[in-house]
Design a protein around this ligand. Structure first.
Ligand code: AMP
Length: 223
């Protein structure tokens, strides 16, 4: 099964992606995390992507498709995977369907209003060390702005600054929202209210996935 998580920045795709990975034993691919790693390591791709990401714009389809393609052909992805942050354009979705015709597909949107996105991202913090995500209001760390797991001082992502969030939302509405129509037409689209708790959202995702796996030739491997 190819599980595609859609939703604006800050809707919790990363958190849910990791939960799905753990329960269904399918690798979680976050293109945002992969790009941030390239930036951190100072690779040519990282250097190219850094300024684009800082402005909240999209990295080119060609670069992103290559990044996904290199992964999905590997053996560990053959039993399926969960995508977070990809596809972000219709061109990416079409290319993905072309390069991986093996898996059934399901697209789940975690829906949030723009206002909630702005509020949430302003209080999102990440651990620069282990990449654990916190929200100072909804999921605060135990010790003020330090990671519970590795004690590093939490940071705000460059592109979570309010002025960049507005641009990211604009890009989401213009380029990524058309994917909702794309997957609706393919009858593989589901929408979940992103205001619910992490546990409730995950429960709803599991209901969708369990049903999908039950109707699919692909078997789910769960904990
Ligand atoms: P994310 O962590 O998913 O919010 O991604 C952070 C940033 O990485 C985005 O604002 C884009 O600049 C870039 N990015 C991540 N995934 C993609 C993609 N599929 N296509 C183009 N740019 C992407």
């Amino acid at each position: 099964m190819r599980i595609i998580l859609l939703g604006p920045p800050g809707s919790g795709k990363g958190t849910q992606g990791k939960l799905i990975e753990k329960k269904y034993k399918v690798p979680h691919i976050s293109t945002g995390d992969l790009l941030r790693k390239e930036v951190e390591e100072g690779t040519p791709l990282g250097k190219e992507a850094e300024a684009i990401m800082r402005r909240g714009e999209l990295v080119s389809d060609d670069v992103m498709i290559k990044m996904i393609w290199e992964r999905v052909i590997q053996s560990e992805y053959q039993k399926g995977y969960v995508l977070d942050g990809f596809p972000r354009t219709i061109a990416q979705a079409q290319k993905l369907e072309e390069v991986d015709q093996k898996h059934d597909e399901v697209a789940i949107e975690i829906h949030l209003s723009d206002q909630t996105v702005l509020e949430r991202l302003a209080s999102r913090r990440v651990c620069p060390h282990c990449e654990r995500i916190y929200n100072l209001l909804l999921q605060p760390p135990i010790k003020n702005e330090h990671c519970d797991k590795c004690a590093a001082k939490l940071i705000q992502r460059e592109d979570d600054r309010p002025e960049v969030i507005k641009d990211r939302l604009k890009v989401y509405h213009q380029q990524t929202k058309p994917l909702i129509d794309h997957y609706s037409q393919k009858k593989v689209f589901f929408r979940i209210d992103g205001q619910a708790s992490i546990e409730d959202i995950f429960m709803k995702i599991c209901l969708i996935l369990d049903k999908k796996f039950a109707n699919s030739t692909e078997a789910a491997v769960t904990e």
